[in-house]
Design a protein around this ligand. Structure first.
Ligand code: ATP
Ligand code: MG
Length: 201
């Protein structure tokens, strides 16, 4: 071996020792996680569906509840439909016109979406539940935060849950195992570019 190769081997051996010690220090083998994607940048919902795809790829089953209905969700909804009964999907706004701007109707739709969510949290056949834009429903006071947080905390052991939406409540962050804040560094909307098929919807 050359001197450079020697140095490299020694460096990698030290690195491996650190890595092995790091792995050995993690003693919790398996845990159902509460993951929160919040912040003003793009990618919260996309990242949640990325996890859904990963779960499906490992043979799991996924539940999705969308608290804010939008045409932009068509792409992923159509794609996930290809997984058949391995994906359960509920959109809160289904058959509902947002244009009415009717608070009591919005609340009723959110309550219905929460009912579906609670059933998913209790469903032993699901491995991952995506509660898309739940933070927004909480922010608008469509739902009681104490009820929601208590149910998330009391979720079935082993169940992973992803909650998305800007302005996650402090109680939601407190209850979570992982919180990622998407930062808005640059967005094409600011340059006047409309929502793009396959990127935004
Ligand atoms: P995505 O669904 O693309 O992952 P998101 O879930 O992070 O986005 P939301 O707050 O749910 O973001 O907003 C959804 C829509 O708003 C998307 O079409 C997205 O491109 C757009 N959007 C997200 N962040 C910004 C931003 N900082 N400025 C302008 N538009 C944004
Ligand atoms: Mg979103």
């Amino acid at each position: 071996m050359t001197e450079e190769e020697d140095r490299h081997a020694a460096k990698m051996a030290r690195r491996k020792a650190v890595q092995d010690a790091e792995v050995a220090s993690k003693t919790v083998e398996s845990k159902g996680l509460l993951l929160v994607h919040t912040g003003p940048g793009k990618g919260k919902t996309t990242a949640a569906f990325g996890l859904a795809l990963r779960m499906l790829g490992t043979g799991g089953r996924v539940g999705v509840v969308q608290y804010i209905k939008g045409a932009w969700s068509t792409g992923e909804r159509t794609a996930f439909a290809a997984f058949g009964e391995r994906v359960q999907w509920h959109s809160m706004g289904e058959g509902f016109t947002w244009e009415t701007q009717d608070l009591s109707r919005d609340r009723a739709a959110a309550a219905r979406a929460w009912e579906v969510s609670a059933a998913m949290l209790a469903d032993p056949t699901l491995d991952l539940v995506v509660l898309d834009e739940l933070n927004i429903a909480l922010r608008y006071d469509y739902l009681d935060p104490d009820t929601v947080i208590a149910a998330l905390r009391g979720r079935r052991e082993g169940l992973h849950v992803v909650v998305t939406g800007r302005n996650a409540k402090p109680a939601m962050i407190e209850a979570a195992d992982l919180v990622t804040e998407m930062g808005a560094v640059k967005h094409h909307f600011a340059a006047g570019v409309r929502a793009q098929r396959g990127i935004e919807f």
